[in-house]
Design a protein around this ligand. Structure first.
Ligand code: HEM
Length: 249
């Protein structure tokens, strides 16, 4: 009897629980995995390098371009309008500034986009067209992450790479958000005001897990790219030493 009551209660709670709580819960394990990717560990250990950060910025450019273009296009959609905060959150101009700082004025011709990043931005464009209500899952994953751990990562990145105050670090700065914690509260309450059918809500929760997965794949792809480039560089310097060795003998 007691057990029956408890089961009934938890079923009711599941139905009425806020989207912001549910989304945090279903992505908890993915968050731990994202934090433990090699790239994020380099950040946390204060060992992030310029090549890592530059490649990350290239991918972030592609990701936010797709996310923000789709959010803009769907800004009147009932599931997007409540969480549409371009003045406070939009990242694309900041990322462009950082890319110009590191790559120079012709940065557009120099940026490198790995396959995993292409897949992520393709998915964003697809849901923008087919299921705009899923955009909330992606906006949550990126923007609330940037306003949480991202704030600490920005300070660490500055120290690790010895950058002058804010130079090349616009991505981490949210001048339109005076208190990240208060803003996150507002954002969560807006997420909770979005009206979704049970099916749509499940779709959003699944999409949030997928959004974390896309990020993990992007980070892993970047690391692989860097380790291949590093190996090639080491190989070519060994080859040139061997040649020098021969010449000297
Ligand atoms: C929240 C740390 C990477 C997405 C948080 C919070 C911390 C944190 C401390 C606040 C938790 C709370 O308020 O209860 C970190 C660290 C990371 C990292 C140290 C890596 C070094 C990521 C990544 C993503 C992400 C890669 C996604 C791409 C989020 C989201 C939240 C969050 C969406 C908001 C959770 C919520 O309140 O619902 N993170 N994070 N984080 N993080 Fe991360």
């Amino acid at each position: 009897m007691e057990t029956e009551k408890r089961t009934q209660k938890s079923a009711e709670q599941t139905v009425t629980r806020d989207l912001s709580e549910q989304i945090k819960e279903v992505t908890k394990e993915s968050h731990v995995r994202a934090e433990n990717t090699e790239l994020m560990l380099s950040f946390q250990r204060g060992q992030v390098t310029l090549p890592q950060y530059k490649l990350l910025l290239c991918s972030l450019y592609e990701i936010y371009r797709a996310l923000e273009e789709e959010m803009d296009r769907n800004s009147n959609h009932p599931a997007v309008a409540p969480i549409y905060f371009p003045a406070e959150l939009a990242r694309i101009k900041s990322i462009e500034k950082d890319l110009e700082y590191f790559y120079g004025p012709d940065w557009r011709e120099k940026i490198v986009v790995p396959a995993a990043t292409q897949r992520y931005s393709h998915r964003l464009r697809q849901i923008g067209k087919e299921n705009p209500e899923f955009l909330v899952a992606h906006a949550y994953t990126r923007y609330l992450g940037d306003l949480s751990g991202g704030q600490v990562l920005g300070r660490i990145a500055q120290k690790s790479m010895g950058l002058k105050s804010g130079e090349g670090l616009s991505f981490f700065a949210f001048p339109g958000v005076s208190s990240p914690n208060l803003f996150k509260q507002l954002y969560r309450s807006r997420m909770n005001s979005v009206e979704l059918t049970a099916e749509e809500r499940n779709g959003v929760l699944e999409e949030a897990v997928r959004a974390f997965e896309f990020n993990i794949q992007v980070f892993d792809g970047l690391q692989k790219m860097l380790s291949v480039a590093g190996n090639e560089q080491r190989q070519s310097s060994t080859d040139s030493k061997a040649v020098h060795g021969k010449t000297l003998q």
